[in-house]
Design a protein around this ligand. Sequence first.
Ligand code: ADE
Length: 289
Amino acid sequence: MAPPPSDQPDAAAGTGAISKVLIVIAMQTEAMPLVNKFKLVDAPPHESMLVLPSLSALLLVGCSRRFRLPAQIHHHRFPKGAPWVRYHGNYKGLHIDLVWPGKDTALGVDSVGTVSAALVTYASIQTLKPDLIINAGTAGGFKAKGANIGDVFLASDVAFHDRRIPIPVFDMYGIGARKALETPNILKALNLKVGKLSTGDSLDMTPHDETAILNNEATVKDMEGAAVAYVADMFSTPAIFVKAVTDIVDGEKPTAEEFLQNLVAVTAALDQAVTEVMESSASPSKQLL
Ligand code: ADE
């Protein structure tokens, strides 16, 4: 008899292979095409899916702590009250979890930005223990650095541009520069541009931001990447950043207008790129690392 579908495949520990991928996406519009593409299913937010211990383990524990469940039960759920949403499934031998921070409970809009991204990444690493994080999303691009609408970038580096702390060493902490996982095989196989990513909590750009982004040598700017990198780094989880350009920051058009105009079309390019990255990760002959 075939084994029942598992929510937690065997870890590929020690082999360097990837078996569990966590996709972190900020906006529902960006997430849903991937949910459909990979046939992911909604994980009930607060219903626990227990990995039950064997009967003998229960009996053993029961001898010493009657009627209490053993501590090593795994809960694949997010804490009550969090608006975070998880979809999951299997695709070509990879287990995929896709999380987005959900809607702001008071305002009903997507919870974009660094705070929500860091929180959902933290909770997902703790509960799902991914081998790889893919932070996928849209970004503003600098035409002076070669970015065009619809381009998909794989970030080589990430940093913050709105955390100014002009005190020695705190300044570097604020910038929080980190390297993305190097994936030469993905770059060889896929038609992605490479550039540095700068993260801040605003869609628009003040002159201060612009100076900091230039100092970060960034080609694209987003609102989550460096925050996801901070948490991934904390728990030694490799992370890559796939960012599709919806608006040109150093162009003529107002950013918000251009972003909304291009969001749906550019999301298609983003999702195509993420699919190709997944194919490349799934294929043993095209190893990611
Ligand atoms: N996401 C899409 N466009 C953006 C921009 N201009 N700044 C930050 N995040 C973005």
